[in-house]
Design a protein around this ligand. Structure first.
Ligand code: 3PY
Ligand code: MG
Length: 249
């Protein structure tokens, strides 16, 4: 029903990439990524304009995942009505904030998501209740850990039913820790280990929103992280360069 959620549950490492309004989504949705990220917090995507690009991903293996601009029920509602299979929520700092985010993702009786009769891209269901139950159970819910307060509340956040991933906001977390963009220092690395341990303890995944410049993704894989976004353009350029080199040899 939701391949990306199944992958996370099975313990597989999942890798997505960020799209942008100037790049055809089908190019990236056909490239093998587990998810395509629509970032409405820090990129040019507008939350109210996501339905057409998400519809263009129908039938693809790559799942549309939306980062909302803030932990607000109405933002989450826009993302889900557009058909997102997963939602990333920035700056989740307490158990109450994590619970509010999960409630906003789910219909009654387990949540308070408002209904507009929009089924998004979840396919055909016998009854409307079947659709609501499927979305309630299958949506991927990803709070971001990027403050000192969140670090203090890791167990409380990770144990909220419905939370699937603790996703680090690498740069915000480094700023909060007083080591801006110093991703290799001990203070930062200790925080990463603490987050990975909390996720493991609660049987969920830990993730990095991006791999810090110059660092090897495998370093984070070995630390136990399972959810990554990687930039696609260096890989695309390398593939093109290789193909051209083959022809021009
Ligand atoms: C962060 O680095 O804090 C992020 O949220 C990535 O955009
Ligand atoms: Mg951030």
């Amino acid at each position: 029903m939701n391949a990306i959620k199944d992958a996370i549950k099975s313990g597989r490492t999942v890798v997505g990439t960020a799209g942008s309004p100037s790049v055809d989504v089908s190019l990236l949705a056909d490239a093998g990524f587990d998810f395509l990220l629509f970032d409405t917090q820090h990129s040019a995507w507008e939350i109210k304009q996501l339905q057409p690009p998400i519809q263009a991903m129908r039938g693809k293996q790559t799942a549309p995942v939306v980062r909302v601009a803030a932990n607000e029920a109405y933002q989450i509602c826009f993302a889900l009505d557009a058909g997102a299979r997963g939602v990333i929520i920035p700056m989740v700092n307490t158990r109450a904030e994590a619970e509010a985010a999960v409630r906003a993702c789910r219909y009654y009786p387990v949540g308070n998501r408002s209904n507009a009769g929009v089924r998004g891209e979840w396919g055909e269901f016998k009854t409307y209740r079947d659709y609501m139950d499927a979305v309630n159970n299958e949506l991927l819910i990803v709070p971001m850990i990027e403050t000192n307060q969140a670090l203090e509340n890791l167990d409380a956040i990770a144990s909220v039913p419905g939370v699937d991933v603790l996703l680090i906001g690498p740069s915000d977390l480094s700023i909060e820790l007083g080591v801006p963009l110093d991703y290799a220092c001990d203070t930062y690395q200790r925080a990463l280990d603490k987050i990975a341990a909390a996720a493991a303890k609660h049987g969920i995944a830990a993730g990095m929103y991006f791999i810090p410049p110059g660092m090897d993704p495998n370093f984070f894989v070995q630390k136990g992280f399972k959810f990554f976004t990687m930039p696609w353009s260096p890989w695309a350029q390398a593939g093109i360069r290789n193909a051209l080199a083959e022809i021009k040899r």
